[in-house]
Write a protein that binds this ligand. Sequence first.
Ligand SMILES: [Fe+2]
Length: 278
Amino acid sequence: MVPRLEAPDLSYAQEPGHVRSVAETLGQRGILKVSLGFADPQSRYLERLLRSLHQHHGHQLPISHSATRGWFWDVVPSSTSFQTANCQARSETMEDFPWHTDCSYEDPPPRYFALQVLRPDRCGGGTLSVMNVERLSELLSPEARAALARPEFLVRTPPEFVKRPGQEDIVASILLADGEGRLTRMRFREDLLTPLSERAAAALGELRQALQQQGAEARGSHSMARLDLTPEVLPEGSIIMIDNRRWLHARNHVRDPKRHLRRVRWDAVPLTGLAIKE
Ligand SMILES: [Fe+2]
């Protein structure tokens, strides 16, 4: 179940109790739904909330998604107008998008992202699913977990997001420990990854298998690690906030050309606590 808060009006974005609940729930569960009780096509709630989280709870302000769009990024299917000059980001297509974390190629990647639903997919597609990293890692062998926690993976930056020449890739681990040494955090987008050792390649294969298995099981029965955020769970006027390190996310094929989400990412803090020492 996804924890849920209500924001009956815009003032809640600056109401101390509400903001504290957002910060605490995100810290504890890494996922939260907020139901807005008012129309907010300009995302004023999210903008003010993020300033409140920054002022009172130590969250870093959002990073800019691109030089031209600032904090917010409109996720709409589009084949003609791209938000970064002449480059189509993958989120701008209607294709499905397999399991990943956002900005896996950035160091540090943003801790949180939020999606505000301006119009859900009314044609039965475009469903966002999330997968809990801690539960997923429990499905892996100890050898695979250890190999994924070693910095033996080359992570390529997609060309449309290269900000400075010469920063096309980083070397990093996929799985990371939290402050208590549990492997609960991940950076992952498979099409950008190259394993740099045999053990890294084998572990990546095992992770791929676990993800496929979770995908298949979720269709028929209860998945240990996965939640499907259908339009019933995330209707128009709702916002989902996700810890980008503790949950992977995926999207199936968008069917409604007018589907419209607005995304923001914030709190880029270093991934800490590498547990593996040679
Ligand atoms: Fe994403």
